[in-house]
Design a binder for this molecule. Structure first.
Ligand SMILES: *Cc1c(COP(=O)(O)O)cnc(C)c1O
Length: 224
């Protein structure tokens, strides 16, 4: 068995059955994706439009692609035809462009809103207040289904900080759910939370993540 297959099987054993594993294959070749695929993995995450489009074109049709990187609106046409979900919607500008694409192409696009929860200012995402305001206006986006929230914690070994970051996502999701009437444009099943990566996914699972996005642990170090 390959290291990649082994990592997938071990993760499937470890993760609770209600937690979805997104295998983050960015910067790794299609052959690496196939090794994970043969071990049973079907959901993969990519962060660069060109790379996603190239892999989707040559890999099996039953792969479910999640886009997880910063997305520029001029790259939508590479991503939206193949991605089942854009987890990283980080601006109103992007959301509006996805809506326009959906309208023109007769599609409804599943998205998560990315919330800035880390202390690093370099990371992308909406503030909590911005997310509430987008959620209030969700009905204006008839070709987008806002399914939940995504976030990346501060890159640190300090578990206290990681928990504090993740807690912001959980609290905002709960607040929106508890005040459903204020957000009539959100889908009935709003509430998916995507958080947790290689170095913090165990904390994420413990704190109620629905999706974890794991790359390095499965595919090894990326060479940028
Ligand atoms: C790269 C990336 C991951 C995976 O990170 P690892 O530390 O390799 O597990 C998860 N989420 C996002 C948004 C990423 O860009």
């Amino acid at each position: 068995m390959t290291d990649i297959a082994h990592a997938i099987i071990e993760l499937e054993k470890e993760l609770p059955s209600n937690v979805k594993l997104v295998a983050v294959s960015k910067f790794h070749p299609a052959e690496a994706v196939m090794e994970a695929y043969r071990a049973g993995q079907r959901v993969f995450g990519e962060s660069r439009p060109q790379e996603l489009a190239a892999k989707a074109a040559c890999l099996p049709d039953d792969i479910i692609w999640h886009f997880i990187g910063h997305l520029q609106t001029n790259k939508l046409k590479l991503v939206l035809p193949v991605a089942s979900m854009v987890e990283s919607v980080d601006s109103l500008h992007l959301l509006s462009a996805i809506e326009k694409w959906g309208n023109e192409n007769g599609r409804t696009v599943d998205v998560l809103l990315e919330m800035h929860i880390a202390s690093e200012s370099t990371k992308q995402g909406f503030s909590g207040d911005e997310i509430l305001s987008v959620a209030e206006n969700a009905a204006a986006f008839g070709h987008v289904r806002i399914r939940g929230l995504m976030g990346m914690a501060t890159y640190t070994d300090d578990e206290f900080i990681i928990r504090k970051d993740f807690a912001k996502l959980v609290a905002l999701r709960d607040e929106i759910r508890e005040n459903k009437d204020s957000y009539p444009g959100l889908p009935e099943d709003f509430g998916i939370l995507s958080f947790g990566m290689t170095h913090d996914f165990r904390i994420a699972v413990e704190m109620g993540a629905d999706i974890v996005r794991i790359g390095t642990l499965i595919f090894g170090e990326r060479t940028y």
